[in-house]
Design a protein around this ligand. Structure first.
Ligand code: PSU
Ligand code: MN
Length: 300
């Protein structure tokens, strides 16, 4: 264990005992939802993990410590304090060295989860290749982290504001399997379909765990994407989303939003343009992913 890790006693006990643990990220708290939806999303995610028999381990950097498992006040701090840095792999060194707070992205959370020995992680949607990446080169570090760090990321696909075909191409290039959970199609975050195929379809948490065990046995390294479509009753149809997405992308362009600010800006604009509909769908898909992640952790 490295000296910068701070693992909550309950999480440490579960890891040591080989009991199920699910990692949760914190960028979604500080940058993915407005207050108080962010607190509600995070606390309900933890409750669902427990209900399914897993210990939740929300991950963030607090006062330069890599915290694995947060107290309620720490979640509230991440949800309300401004500004909280958005921390990916590249940011970890500077944030820890300066003793600051940071909310970890999918990539940042994977790094810390792997350090702690946690193998299953639930989020909303992974980052990916942004539309227009041929000009901007904006490709989320989440994809490269999946290529190198052995953590299963349970998500509702990649966020629909992205270029989904190119996102799948980059994952393929880097040898990252995209497994559809009870689906043949790569889900598009708020909607269940994208017209794009997954690499393999699995029907049960045990089947996901079996793939993870084989991959470890083969020494393949790197993570997997477990793509779990949003439930039909919470889905937003793609045709409905397209108008809001085009508007949000145009606003981002006009406002000159770049780099790490792009994703939070787009999600925030979608929440506003949709009158809260995307916010509700986002919460529901996160909770569904946590439930599945807990079952996979149990099967492991
Ligand atoms: N999933 C959500 N909401 C979010 C994110 C994921 O439902 O806000 C965050 C994750 O932390 C992911 C990040 O890593 O968006 C992607 O940011 P970027 O495109 O800058 O890599
Ligand atoms: Mn980016």
């Amino acid at each position: 264990m490295n000296a910068h890790l701070e693992i909550a006693p309950e999480v440490r006990a579960a890891i040591d005992a080989g009991s199920p643990v699910v990692a949760l990220e914190s960028t979604i708290i500080s940058h993915g939802f407005p207050y108080p939806a962010n607190v509600e999303c995070a606390l309900e995610a933890e409750r669902i993990a427990r209900e399914e028999g897993a210990v939740p381990a929300t991950i963030a950097v607090l006062a330069g410590r890599l915290c694995v498992g947060l107290a309620r006040e720490q979640v509230e701090h991440l949800a309300t304090a401004k500004p909280i840095a958005k921390v990916s792999r590249r940011d970890l060194g500077a944030i820890v060295a300066s003793g600051l707070d940071g909310a970890t992205t999918v990539a940042g959370t994977m790094v810390v989860a792997a350090m702690a020995g946690i193998r299953v992680f639930a989020t909303g949607g992974i980052g990916g290749v942004h539309r227009g990446a041929e000009r901007t080169f904006d490709i989320s570090a989440d994809l490269l982290e999946l290529a190198r760090t052995d953590v299963a990321v349970v998500c509702a696909g990649a966020k629909s504001v992205l270029d989904l075909p190119l996102t799948l191409e980059v994952l393929e290039t880097h040898g990252v399997p995209v497994l559809g959970y009870r689906t043949d199609e790569f889900p598009a975050f708020y909607s269940r379909t994208s017209g794009l195929r997954v690499d393999a379809r699995l029907e049960t948490p045990e089947e996901v765990a079996a793939v993870m065990r084989v991959r470890s046995g083969l020494g393949l390294g790197g993570g997997i994407v477990v793509a779990n479509p949003i439930a039909p009753e919470h889905e937003i149809q793609r045709a409905t989303l397209d108008g809001w997405t085009d508007a949000a992308l145009a606003e981002a362009d006009a406002a000159g939003i770049r780099g790490k600010d792009v994703t939070p800006f787009l999600l925030g604009r979608l929440h506003a343009l949709s009158g809260g509909a995307t916010e509700e769908a986002n919460k529901q898909l996160v909770w569904s992913n946590v439930r599945l992640a807990a079952r996979i952790a149990r099967a492991l």
